[in-house]
Ligand binder design. Structure first.
Ligand code: BLA
Length: 510
């Protein structure tokens, strides 16, 4: 009874993935009302508790669990009203028979959800102590890419998964694998790009609320929650559940790529989903709840370190921008015409704004560096450019969508950062970028043949990569806010230089 009849590739952003009414089979779930009477429960209670026990709707939980266990559960359920806190109890004797369970307790609407799975006994799982040295290693990094590569290696060692990736979201919600640690026989996904539809909107939203999910066995049969609806006729909200069964569309994706278990942990920077640790194992793989909690904590630490590094990088970029301003002022004040100063500008700006080429159009003189349109091609843009607001920078990943004449040179460059540099709206400095699609190529091994699910081969990384290529066809990478800010500062620099030049000219004439 989902709100849409059939989920397919066109509407999967509307699938209510937080209330699919199923959990994974490595644990069981009971939802009780505030009087601790059962509202709903998974149908595998007996399998997990190990005795012929059920907790049907209307049963008092106190008739199922021991008094000591009830006291601990009640205590754990006392979280502040405004926020959902998942309380974790490792090794609780639920039945009073000596058998231990790991337990998660949290509120969901007016209900309390209790999830439990067998406590691993005699297993040597990593303990909290492993975190400190891992953190120390991360804290030494000054560079985001090295930080992420190191984290991928660390998580792979901690979790024992075959492939651990850092998947970073871009401004348009598409994503990129920016770091990867994998078993040597696996093909690389590093640097590949995927469309935003691969992790649909509601999933990205849910992953901010609940940073951890594991799919322990893509072939396991999900366990239904019964009754499906609460007394208030609501499906159970599993947003914060640790056992939630994931979307069948995504299961199909994982099967199509030969993955047996998947795990992902949100990377949250400034309250937003910056990326994910995405981990694959090529057979089923569960993890003790304590290890899942440990890696969730690790990701939170990692996110804080990353956040600090990113804000340091932004302020370093600003400093660099200021240094470039001073250097250019000194170089250009010498009186050499602006168009001849192009190499200096190109080199200086290249350190802070990646570009494939640049043009300057000053007093009707046109000069270029790197990949850029010809003079005639550039002149064909002028009437449109001159009609734009004079003092604003134009940053576009697809100039042809703003100025159709730009199609003429779209085989060379498609993105433009256009800096008007004089009050007479005739002079421009432009930075160019070529098509993104041409700069990223599939690096993985050809996929081994697999039998595809009902939605076919589309649900594979390679097809996703192709979908992303279509999506960005004719577009360059996006000019980010830092880059536009630097360009804005440069505009002021150049304006000052030009003004000074004209002042000098006026004084000479006087
Ligand atoms: C979820 N999709 C996800 C998740 C990842 C990806 C990491 C998080 C769940 C998990 O931990 O496995 C995507 N995984 C990738 C990508 C790579 C990878 C890009 O390894 C690249 C190497 N998925 C699709 C399409 C749809 C879709 C076309 O590819 C729908 C149109 C849906 N993906 C989808 C849904 C979820 C998801 C619904 C949420 C699963 C859930 O949490 O219930």
């Amino acid at each position: 009874a989902t709100t849409i009849d059939k989920v397919d590739l066109t509407n999967c952003d509307r699938e209510p993935i937080h209330q699919l009414g199923r959990i994974q089979d490595f644990g069981a779930l009971i939802a009780v009302n505030s009087d601790w009477f059962v509202s709903q429960r998974s149908t595998n209670i007996a399998e997990i508790l190990g005795e012929d026990i059920d907790a049907p709707q209307g049963e008092a939980l106190a008739n199922v669990f021991s008094p000591e266990a009830m006291t601990r559960l009640r205590f754990a359920a006392q979280s502040p009203e405004e926020m959902v806190v998942v309380d974790r109890i490792f090794g609780i004797d639920l039945l009073g028979n000596g058998k231990l369970f790991d337990c998660a307790v949290h509120r969901s609407g007016s209900l309390i959800i209790i999830e439990f799975e067998p406590h691993p006994e005699g297993e040597r799982a990593p303990q909290i102590g492993v975190l400190r040295p891992m953190m120390a290693e991360l804290e030494a990094h000054k560079d985001v890419n090295y930080l992420c590569a190191n984290a991928a290696r660390q998580l792979k060692a901690l979790l024992g998964f075959d492939r651990v990736m850092v998947y970073r979201f871009h401004q348009d919600d598409s994503g990129e694998v920016i770091a990867e640690a994998r078993e040597p026989h696996l093909g690389a996904f590093l640097h590949l790009r995927y469309p935003k539809t691969d992790i649909p909107t509601q999933a990205r939203r849910l992953y901010v609320l609940n940073p951890f999910r594991i799919i322990a066995d893509v072939n396991a049969e999900p366990v239904p929650i019964e009754p499906e609806m609460s007394f208030d006729n609501e499906p159970l909200d599993l947003s914060h559940s640790s056992l939630r069964a994931v979307s069948p569309i995504h299961i199909e994706y994982l099967k199509n790529m030969g993955v047996g278990a998947s795990l992902s942990i949100s990377i949250i920077v400034d309250g937003k989903l910056w990326g994910l640790f995405a981990c694959h194992h090529y057979s089923a793989k569960g993890l003790p709840y304590s290890v899942r909690s440990l890696s969730e904590l690790y990701s939170q630490f990692f996110s804080l370190i990353l956040e600090r590094l990113l804000s340091q990088a932004t302020s370093r970029l600003r400093d660099k921008g200021r240094a470039i301003h001073h250097r250019l002022m000194a170089q250009l004040a010498g009186g050499s015409p602006l168009v001849e100063s192009l190499p200096a500008i190109d080199q200086a700006i290249g350190q802070v704004i990646a570009h494939d080429g640049m043009s300057a159009y000053i007093d009707g003189v046109y000069k270029t560096r790197g990949i850029a349109p010809s003079k005639d091609e550039f002149r064909s843009l002028l009437s449109a450019l001159n009609s734009a607001a004079t003092s604003t920078i134009i940053a576009t990943d697809e100039l042809a969508s703003r100025i159709p004449a730009a199609r003429a040179f779209a085989d060379r460059v498609v993105g433009a950062l256009i800096v008007p540099v004089s009050r007479r709206p005739r002079d421009y400095i432009v930075f160019w970028r070529k098509e993104l699609k041409q700069t990223v190529v599939w690096a993985g091994n050809p996929e081994k043949p697999v039998e595809y699910g009902p939605n076919g081969a589309r649900l594979t990384p390679r097809k996703s990569f192709e979908a992303w290529q279509q999506e960005v066809s004719g577009k360059s990478s996006v000019w980010n806010t830092d880059e536009v800010e630097i360009a804005e500062a440069l505009r002021v620099t150049l304006l000052e230089v030009i003004l000074r030049m004209t002042d000098e000219a006026v004084q000479e004439r006087a």
